[in-house]
Design a protein. Structure first.
Ligand SMILES: C[C@H](O)[C@H](O)[C@H]1CNC2=NC(N)=NC(=O)C2=N1
Length: 189
């Protein structure tokens, strides 16, 4: 059973004091919330990001710092406590999905990446491979194929109007697809 722990988390942007406060906070997780040592260690090892939602007032979602996003599974987007992440958190995570860009489209944060494919049909084949991953994750990208060979994929969580960890998981899984044969060779510089 997933239990949301509402804690006023110290800002991690000022490491020295925050680390001390964080250590005592983690002690409180054990004493006040009955977390086991294993649970506390898992929270400590993970990057803890403040939820951007006022309603959660210091609630938090953890983003694994070590685990590769492609090894994770998306969660249903209709989960009640799902909130868009802050731009600060997105900027911390973007380096974990190489070749993807973080864009802010009229206030909505999205991930996007473009490819040049060999042909229109290869573009549709790329869409099919991506669609298989999306369907298995229950999380879907916006697909664009323009000028016959220019593919752009945008990923964001429509249910919350911004980015969640699901988007980074889907981007990482798309990075793992065998797309090489569909793509035009980069012109020799
Ligand atoms: C219940 C299920 O999670 C929703 O219908 C999913 C389907 N795929 C989705 N994909 C994306 N990108 N955003 C969503 O909000 C979303 N919602």
């Amino acid at each position: 059973m997933f239990r949301m722990i509402h804690l006023s988390l110290p800002s991690l942007s000022r490491p020295p004091q925050a680390q001390v406060r964080l250590a005592s906070l983690l002690q409180r997780l054990r004493t006040d919330h009955g977390c086991s040592i294993t649970q506390v260690n898992r929270i400590f090892q993970n990057h803890v990001a403040l939820s951007s939602s006022r309603k959660l007032r210091g609630g938090f979602r953890t983003f694994s710092t070590s685990e590769d996003f492609s090894a994770k599974k998306c969660v249903p987007c209709n989960a009640k406590d799902l909130r868009p992440m802050t731009e600060e958190t997105a900027n911390e995570l973007i380096s974990r999905v190489p070749e993807w860009n973080l864009v802010n489209e009229s206030g909505v944060l999205k991930l996007n990446r473009s490819w040049k494919v060999k042909s229109f049909l290869k573009g549709l084949e790329l869409f099919r491979l991506v669609a298989e991953v999306a369907e298995s994750e229950g999380h879907h990208p916006d697909l664009h194929l323009v000028g016959w060979n220019n593919v752009t994929i945008e990923i964001w969580t429509h249910a919350v109007g911004g980015l969640t960890e699901n988007d980074f998981i889907l981007a990482a899984k798309i990075n793992g697809l065998p797309l090489q044969d569909l793509l035009r060779r980069k012109a020799k510089s």
